[in-house]
Structure formats: C-alpha cells, structure tokens
Ligand binder design. Structure first.
Ligand code: DQQ
Length: 577
C-alpha cells in the first residue's frame, strides 16, 4: 500500500517535472518575483542531496532567497531569510529564522514572520533589524497588504528574555509607513537598518524607483514608530531602475574593524549598496554622507550605475550587512540563486543558498571594499594537502590529490615570472564579463590564463575554470579574475554564465597573485588578491560529483607561472539547520 502511494507520488512529481520541462531560466540570474503558481505548494517528497552544499547556509528543503534582518544579539547570531515553506519555487513568502553562535553551525527555529494580518497578508518581504536603546531589537520589513500595496511594518520580540527570540509580535498599529501619492505602490520595499542622527532622529531608507530613476527614499522618526518622509531621497541615479535591498553604513578609513551603523565622523566613509532589479546584480559606491543635509555623495572613483563596483561579480544578490558587536566587524550575507532550471529545482526539492558570510572593510586606498570569508569558516578545515614551489610552463597542469575537492577550501599563491608576454588590452573590453566570455580557460594567452580547474571530471569533460589573465594597457597592467563555467556540466537546460571582475593590484610591483576558492557541492566562491575581487558561481556537474570531482592547477599562458604555495583543505560539515 505504502509502496503504491510512493509510486503515485513519484509519478505525480515526474509529471510536474515533465510539464515544466520547457521552463528554463531566461539567460539571466532569475528575478525573485517570477510567479509559478502551480509549483508554489509542491512540497518535495525527496530532497536530492546531489548538488546540495555541505557548509553553506541552506534550509532542509524548499525555496530560499534574500537574507533578512541579520543581527548579533546577546551572544547569538540571527539569520532570517525569505522562504517558501511549501515548495521549491518563489511564493508564500515568510521570514524563516535560524540561530548560531559562530555563523557556521545553524539551528532552525519557527518562522519569525508569516503573512497573517491585512498589512502583510500577501507576503512578508525583505527588511532589516535594528537594536534600539535599552538593547531592544526591532524588525522593519515590507508587507504586501491586502490591496497588494507594499507597506512598511514593525515587529518586536515577544519575550526579550528568550535567548533565541523565537516569537515576534506585529503590533496592530502597522503599517507604519505607506507609499504616498508620489511613490508607486509596487515599487517601495526593503527598509534598511536604522541609524541614529545628530538631531536624535532615526533614519531608514527604502528602495524605490520613479520612472527609470532608482532611488533610496529616506524617512525620519523620533521613536521608530512614527515616520516622516524626507524632502529628497538619500541618493538616486538615472536609468538604474528599481533599487531593491538598499544597504547604507559607515566604514573606517583605517583598518579592518567594522563600526555600528550610527557611527559618524572624520574617520569614516559611507557605503551605499543597491540590488538592481534590472540586471539582477548589485552595485555599491564609497562616498561621503553629509548628515546635516541628509545627502550622500559618491566619490568620483565610484560610479553609481551598472558600471559600478560590486561586492561579488557573480551570482550574489539581495545582500545585507550587519555590525557584529561581538567581534567588531561588519558582516555581509548574500543570496546565491540556482542556475539550473525551475523543473530541476522542483525535482531537487530545494532552491537557493546563502553565500558564506564575509567580513568587509575599506581598502587602504579608500576606493573599494575588501571582502573575506569570516574566520570561523577555517574551523571547518579538515584534511590538508600542501604543495610548494611548482612551476607550470605553457600548457602544463597538475592535479591536487588526497582530499575530496568537491567540499574544499583552497588557497594559492601564484608567482608571475614576467609580464613581457602579456597580451595588449583592448579598451573596448570595459565589461570584464564579456572579456571572460571571449577568453575562457582554454583560450591560450600570454600571461595567463592560469589558475584552477575545479569540480572537474577525470577526463575534463566537466570543469569550471577559476583563472587570472594579465594584460598590458598604455600606463598600467590589467588583471582579470574569471569563472569560466562553459564546461561546468554535461547536463542540458542549465544557465552557465562566465563571470568576471578586474582586480586592482600592482602586479608589476608584487609579481604575485593570490586566490582563495571555496568549493561546495554546487557553489564556487573565489576571492582574488586577498578579497579585492570576489566571484560566486553555481555549477551542476553530472560526473564531477562527490569523490569523483577533481581539482587541477593549470597554465595556458606562454609566461611560466610558479605556484609558490597551495593549501587545500577538505571541509568538515557543520550542523546545518
Ligand atoms: N525579494 C523580496 C523583496 C526584494 C526581493 C521578496 C529581492 O522584498 O525586493 O522575496 O530579491
């Protein structure tokens, strides 16, 4: 009887899979609000472990998107996130909730916010946490109300003496902010953490757009409950479309310690980040916040459009930072979406992960951020392979053996033995991603491509290249870091973008390039030059899975490369929800 039921369920799932087998993602990292009504409530009978991650944040099953309201409160890290409790596609959105003492081992709790009131009945969307005076946390989130209008609501812990803050109360006086007539009701969401101003007023910004101009609308409040819209947005930019999940915070001019969101003064700059719904990538600027005027002005070196700086040049979206007062650092969480097909997700029974939490700070030139996995990740390092002083001539490669490289942390230091052979940089290659598309791992070069081939099958039919390439421009050298996913899987219907970013390093002076790559089931996260350029990719190999995944170091450039050091650790699995 039981077997028959299982068979029926299997056939039903297969039918769903088949019916939707034509719905392949459309060539970009998919928008979060694509609605697959029919699939929203199909809870998986089996959760496939094939491409699941071992040490990344994932719930047991179903859909996950944006990280919400991350905070450190009384010794506990909280992570809330957009979650569909009923299926593996976006829909039925609640705030799921997990807690941790080390950002690595996570315990799931009951969802903190679910759509129950007229002011959020159509969804509890993204938002942030703020810790108010008296050590009282509050959540500020977007509710989609009974008229499908995006409004802003507050929620408070029911019992402050509960160390996990399991239950949250949504006061009946919500919503506390509604869109006025100048704001499009469906373009008004994702309030930031509040900061406290010189005039004893709290401020938050909310993402929006007016025609094609993206903007961060500002509100002020004395008590965090009654809010008044400021006369002008904190910042806006033409032709950038809807700004989702804005984030605004100070960074120290010196050193890598983080500061509270309300800090202000000579020793700080500010960062404004927006997730652009149009491109599905996010961009940040470094600039000055004039608090008397409530204006933010990006520095000349920081473009505030699609040509701007990115935390991550890959699959990383809807991110949010928080100040970790336990270790005085600012931590970044970001969502990495699947790039297999919707029917794959339904069949897998899950979709979406959070990238490894990363600490961030301003680099010494003050023009960009440096981003690095939190130190706690290193506690998961198990078996180690250490390779020293290996030369790689044109076309040579070697395998890193002895660990399961499908779940690994790899650190490499490459010595570039000369730049004479570097290819000439063509100024039309403004977009590194286009360049990486043209010049992937197998396209021979002068200085590079060299780097890693990860999640590779033994015959190299499947492989993802993580590579550097150095070019000569009139007065500088240009360093490219690239993820070449074109050969990442033999499976059809998978979106396999090449992702890339330029790396701001003085290669002529140092002669060295460092790379750290975290590999985990279906995610590859790379940090070039100590975290100056980061790239996240999702890959779905069919052969290079588990113990059958191989790791190689290669050089396809004419210039000889030396691997001064390579350390690769197999990673231990933490407790994950
Ligand atoms: N996801 C949320 C929105 C946000 C978008 C809905 C970004 O609040 O704008 O799930 O991915």
């Amino acid at each position: 009887m039981m077997e028959n039921r299982k068979l029926a369920l299997f056939l039903f799932n297969f039918l769903v899979w088949f019916l939707f087998s034509l719905l392949v993602r459309d060539g970009v990292v998919e928008a979060s609000h694509v609605v697959y009504e029919e699939l929203q409530s199909i809870s998986p009978s089996i959760v496939s472990s094939k491409h699941r991650t071992g040490f990344h944040f994932q719930p047991q099953r179903n859909w996950l998107n944006d990280p919400n309201g991350p905070m450190y409160y009384n010794g506990i890290y909280h992570l809330f996130y957009q979650y569909n409790p009923k299926g593996a596609v976006w829909g039925n959105i609640v705030w799921a909730h997990s807690v941790s003492t080390d950002l690595i081992n996570w315990t799931p709790l009951e969802p903190a916010l679910t759509p129950t009131k007229p002011f959020d009945i159509n969804g509890c969307w993204s938002g942030s946490a703020t810790i108010l005076p008296g050590n009282k946390p509050v959540i500020f989130y977007t509710g989609v109300d009974s008229n499908n209008i995006q409004v802003q609501n507050l929620a408070f812990p029911k019992n402050l003496s509960d160390p996990y803050l399991i239950e949250w109360i949504k006061p009946d006086y919500n919503p506390v902010i509604i869109p006025d007539e100048s704001i499009e009701p469906s373009k008004f969401r994702d309030p930031t953490t509040g900061w406290f101003g010189h005039d004893n007023h709290w401020r938050v910004i909310i993402g929006s757009r007016h025609n094609h101009r993206g903007m961060a609308i500002m509100y002020r409040s004395k008590d965090f409950v009654h809010w008044i819209k400021a006369k002008h947005p904190l910042h806006s930019a033409s032709n950038t479309g809807m700004w989702e999940c804005p984030d605004f915070y100070p960074v120290s001019l010196h050193g890598n310690t983080g500061v509270d969101t309300s800090q202000y003064g000579d020793g700080f700059k500010h960062v404004l980040k927006n997730s652009l719904d149009v491109t599905r990538y996010e961009y940040y600027t470094v600039g000055t916040y004039y608090r008397e005027k409530d204006r933010y002005v990006p520095d000349m070196t920081s473009a505030d459009d699609q040509s701007g700086l990115r935390y991550d040049y890959g699959n990383f979206y809807a991110s949010k930072t928080f100040y970790d007062s336990g270790k005085n650092r600012r931590i970044l969480w970001g969502w990495s979406n699947e790039t297999d097909s919707v029917q794959d997700d339904v069949a897998k029974g899950w979709s979406g992960i959070q990238a490894i939490p990363r600490a961030l700070w301003l680099d010494e030139k003050g023009q960009q951020l440096v981003i690095w996995p939190v130190e706690e990740v290193e506690n998961l390092r198990g078996k180690l392979v250490h390779i020293k002083n290996k030369e790689l001539k044109y076309g040579e490669m070697f395998e890193v053996q002895g660990i399961m490289s499908s779940q690994a942390d790899v650190e490499v230091s490459f010595e570039v033995t000369g730049l004479e052979k570097a290819e000439i940089y063509d100024p039309t290659w403004e977009d590194p991603q286009v360049l990486c598309g043209e010049k992937g791992a197998s396209v021979k070069g002068g200085v590079g491509p060299f780097g890693l081939l990860v999640m590779a099958s033994s015959g190299l039919q499947e492989q993802t290249g993580v590579l550097f390439r150095v070019f000569k421009a009139p007065n500088k050298d240009v360093v490219l870091l690239c993820h070449d996913a074109t050969k990442s899987t033999l499976k059809g219907g998978v979106f396999k973008p090449n992702f890339a970013g330029y790396v701001d390093v003085d290669i002529r002076k140092t002669g060295k390039l460092s790379l750290r790559t975290l590999i985990d089931g279906s995610v590859i996260e790379s940090f070039g030059a100590g975290g100056r350029t980061c790239i996240t990719s999702r890959v779905y190999p069919t052969l290079a899975v588990g113990n059958n995944a191989h790791l190689y170091v290669f050089n396809n450039g004419q210039q000889k490369i030396k691997v001064s050091h390579l350390k690769a650790w197999e990673m231990v699995r933490p407790t994950m929800n």
